[in-house]
Design a protein around this ligand. Sequence first.
Ligand code: ZN
Length: 457
Amino acid sequence: MTDPFATRPSPPAALPREVAEAPAWRIANARAPLCLLRASGVAGDAEGLARVDLVVEDGRITGIGPAGGFRPDGDDLPRLDLAGRILLPRLVDVHTHIDKGHIWPRRPNPDGSFAGALAAVAADREAHWSADDVARRMDFSLRCALAHGTGALRTHIDSSGRQTATSWPVFAEMRETWRGIVALQGVSLFPLDMIHDDPHQFHEIVSTTARYEGVLGAVTFLGAAPDARVDAALDILTRTAAAEGLDLDLHVDESLAPEARTLERIADAAIRNRFPGRILAGHCCALAAMEEGEAARVIDKVAQARIAVVSLPMCNMYLQDRAAGRTPRRRGVAPLHELAAAGVPVMVASDNTRDPFYAYGDLDLIEVFREATRILQLDHSGRDWLRTIAATPADVMGLDGAGRLEAGGPADFVLLRARSLDELLSRPQSDRIVIAAGRPLASGPPDYSELDDLMHR
Ligand SMILES: [Zn+2]
């Protein structure tokens, strides 16, 4: 037996100083997903991973090609030899709630239910969400995301009552502070029936969203089966978004109830109004509980309406089909295989972190992908699922060059101590190295104690 307490080097535990501080350097013998590469002459193995070399200069990728096959091997740049370990671009988290994140210690969900989450968040928002409180928790969340290798993130922002005027300016300031480090987008979040019940507030939210260059969002299923009133609200929403040049990002049918049928109504509204922008539908849990023929019909319509779908599997597993004393059976995770087969752009993302909608999570997309692979059986399918946390959400967010590896793109990498997908998915990859604009990050996620004063500890 080898001595379990002896320390052994296990590269890449850290980037050598002469590499980290050089203006130009070379990464040799990396494995990178072919589906995230824009390079000629590279070929993937059975898992879709290609052996590549990259040259980094002044924070950008200036060359990428087959390992050992481009530029002479004798070039004198300092080099980091990954010995076949996996390199990913920095990742893209397309659905989060960093305005809600990390309130769990002061406001847990009393019973783990959806209703419990709604009530707990509303009470916490009312009592605590000052500009300072929101800013500190957002900053904490972003440092978590950065440490885990996220390069772009979209967050929903609770937009109701006086919170709209508090949270959006905080978010806009955060976006400036983080520009060039993590690219940020904000989405308004309000219940769809506000369009009828409080049109004045709806228009205030629209103008705030437009002013801060956000994305217009709403919760479309509010407990009752959709009717003509919902269709009318969706018409107003799509026409208003089109007039303002805004994309849409909706919370859709986050329920297993048979009444949760707004996804098809959204597709109809998009087609009826010839909506010119992008639409992202989040959750779509009800699709998983539908009879298969009905689901197939709705999926076809979603494809026709050019709607993209993001599944939030960890949050769904926490909230859906929960009843005290009973083991959940129906897990409510959107049928991504069928959606992808129909040509719908599909993604997975973090959703909530340490708040009443999801007690756990740390904005770690490697964790999300690992969980999603197991929950959704993404393996054994022959599809390029790594796109779901990188290139596809980058396209949905309209971010050129993000979530991909290409010459001219940012030298943004996540280096993993894994050479194959099974090595990648079997461990949490806590020892990953994150490189942003060619520089390795010096610190990991922030310490929870930083927020103790906000949690009244
Ligand atoms: Zn959400």
